[in-house]
Design a protein around this ligand. Sequence first.
Ligand code: MOS
Length: 703
Amino acid sequence: MTTTTGPSAATGAVGSGRTRVEGRDKVTGAARYAGEVPFARLAHGWLVLSTVARGRITAVADGPVLAMPGVLAVLHHGNAPRVDAGYVGMLGRPNPVVGLFQHDRVPFVGWPVALVVAETSEQAREAAEALAVSYEEEPHDVAFRAGRDDAYRPEDSPMVRADAEKGDLEARIGGAAFLVDEEYTTPEEHHCAMEPHAATARWDDGRLDVIDSNQGSTWVSAELAQLFSLDPASVRVRSEHIGGAFGSKGLSAHQVAAVMATTLLQRPVRVVMTRRQMFSLVGYRSPTAQRVRLAADADGRLRAFDHEALNLTSTVHEFVETSAVLGRVLYDADAHRSRHRVVRLDVPTPTWMRAPGEAPGSFAIESALDELAGKCGVDPIALRVRNEPATGPVSGLPFSSRNLLACFEEGARRFGWADRDPRPGLRREGRWLLGTGTAAASYPSGVGRSTAAVTAEADGTFTVRINAADIGTGARTAMALVAADALQVNPDRVRVRIGDSDLGPAAIAGGSTGTRSWGWAVRLAASDVRERLALGGAVPREGITARSDTADAIEALPEQERHSFGAQFAEVAVDITTGEVRARRLLGIFAAGVIVNPLTARSQLIGGMTWGLSMALHEEAVRDEASGGHVNADLAGYHVAAHADVPLIEADWVDDHVPGDPVGIKGIGEIGVVGVAAAVANAVWHATGVRHRHLPIRPDRVL
Ligand code: MOS
């Protein structure tokens, strides 16, 4: 159904599998990451984080530290320059952690309280660890649990309503033949990008130049300009290669610290986070406590759908993990309610993490659907077919395209679902109990304004300029393919420049919007160039350049439900002697519009599915209520799926034509993780007859 090695033809580039254009640079080390770019007279900053969960800084004993070898400066709330963190950026108000060193209050363990700058990274670290900071401590509260009476309804965001409702819920629950009413929880989870957050800042001929690792240099440069009250044109942010981001790489404390220090010292300053610092500074996925009520008729048709999701946030910033939005897309019911609630604790502010909302939300509702299937005696896939909506269940809007059932059909065929005995706890192989499970997946297909420039060079090659961010996804390669098709040339003749705010505004690599957003702008500019070339005449030495801006085209998009969809399948074995759950096979079939580069797309989907497996079985950040800090803020204690945990994983897709859509591309960044944890939990139930409603499904919970 898909090809991974495509023709090297002049057209048909989109849909042909291509290795990353920068792949050789990456594996040979020629590609430089933000913490590696060399500069003369480079100084190194090391962040010092609070050790108390709530209180005030009473003293920063910088004197002795300033006398240590190589130390150049100690920045803290008593001497740092003032910044303005009250702005509203591209994605709303910034995380208050970017208002670095502006006051003496400490809202959580791991809040930045000082930056030590020294000649070498080692000297900075030595001095940072020696810096004595005194606090006046106050009582703190980090206990997240369902049923807290201080939970509140969060503000609606422009994108997501906190609450949505239709029909008379209690009345429809009243007369139901079957009711599932359960609570599900997911723990605090972390992005754990392989490349730690890093930034190098310097003043270059009156401009602030920042080498960074981020998901959008347009975004980060605009926010730095706002924060430091600079002319936006005087800020340049570059982010050429990025070793993973997953929602965590926007503006954070390290870029701000580097800019403050380079301004003070007038030499380049680099700030790199440690793995441990990332656990408190760059956001994470909030734990969730979710209640799901599904009421159905005797044949499994939903009469009422009710989902309430609680997450935590810090005392200084509101973040909503939008776990309850998924049901607004997946299932129809006569009465429908989905609500978000938030509780404020003395913890760092959570943020977007791969499939924010849908990842934990799908664990709850796709587990609940499986429970309902068991109660009704209806096959889990047949149950989903029965509850497939014709239009948006709450919005009433048409779907741009859906094809969820096509994903289930193809997945069921490849997984051998038809032969499945639905009864739990029957299959045994030595000390292993075996089971299979499935779950649906969905994630919105959004788009953000982008500009692009495409130049036909005099030598017959083409240069694409777009401020895309390649967070490991293969964005450069995807844009080369999109441009090649629009230009009707071989992709080998196209070079792509990305990751530089000087290229002009473009959407972030976030929310699965990157390829759709940038691809649109690139195609418009490339088509324009091609038309001009078709007029004939020699290409002048400076080339022929066309520019595009998708702002108006985005405005003109019709109101629709636009989402990617998928069906996840899992086969597990459960060791009855140790409680260990081993996944034996994962299969994901997706409907995600045009797949630009099947080779990297498959990798990205498999990466998401691996993460889902990790979420199901391993990942859990644990907070100590006494200290308020983590007990496992490192990759020794915070477990992620490693190679030995990853079984046969297959990802593929069905044709998903989006009628009338000007781009056709939907987005695949998030959807791979959605539903996997539920598919695994459903398989564990099928293996053992025991339902696991709390992640991760650790051996001690299984036994
Ligand atoms: Mo994604 S969580 O928007 O990087």
